[in-house]
Ligand binder design. Structure first.
Ligand code: SAM
Length: 186
């Protein structure tokens, strides 16, 4: 079995949109305990690669899985590029703060992580590559979606059926990373 229920969310997105393809190199941000990575490994197969990043350890070992124990804010995109020469075809982020019940606070903390995921995707994702990122919904959801639209040709909200009905979690999917995009100012 998979180590976390969260895998159903990625599975649903995969079944609906086919984000990941055999042979892809996938970056999985916030990968612990490892369910998404394990599922992605199954899809990419022996020719592919999954690189997972988390503060927490993962108990997953496979010949084409590389685990980087790090804070995403301290990740050096250059190091990631060395792990996947030629870049990644897919960047996933299930990064989440510890929720506190303070909806607005949880929203802003999740956005901070999601924005970092977008920044990393900007650096390491191939043109034409895809992106899936989790946020806890709130007042800046639409603004963040706009930021994602700056980097991808097609953007969608995705709320998995497997998300608890009380959860404010939603995913933003970005398809086909643009070749040319406006660099963030400042
Ligand atoms: N997708 C995972 C799976 O299927 O097993 C579950 C991910 S869990 C919902 C969110 C993860 O984000 C946690 O493991 C947490 O440690 C990680 N995380 C939160 N903030 C982080 C940060 N700044 N750097 C790295 N990982 C972080």
């Amino acid at each position: 079995g998979f180590p976390a229920r969260s895998v159903f969310k990625l599975q649903e997105a995969q079944k609906k949109y086919g984000l990941i393809r055999p042979g892809d190199r996938v970056l999985d941000l916030g990968c612990a305990p490892g369910a998404w990575s394990k599922y992605a490994l199954k899809i990419v197969g022996p020719e592919g690669l999954v690189v997972g990043v988390d503060l927490q350890e993962v108990k997953l070992s496979a010949p084409n899985f590389v685990f980087v124990k790090a804070d995403v804010f301290e990740l050096d995109p250059e190091e990631l590029r060395k792990l996947a020469p030629g870049g990644f075809q897919v960047v996933l982020s299930d990064l989440a703060p510890k929720t506190t019940g303070d909806r607005s606070g949880d929203h802003f903390r999740s956005l901070h992580l999601a924005r970092r995921a977008l920044e990393v995707a900007r650096e390491v994702l191939h043109p034409g590559g895809h992106f899936m990122v989790k946020i806890f919904e709130g007042e800046r959801t639409a603004a963040f979606r706009k930021e994602v639209e700056g980097l991808f040709q097609r953007v969608k909200f995705f709320r998995p059926k497997s998300t608890r009905s009380t959860s404010r979690e939603i995913f933003i999917l970005g398809f086909d990373k643009r070749q040319n995009y406006l660099k963030k100012r400042g």
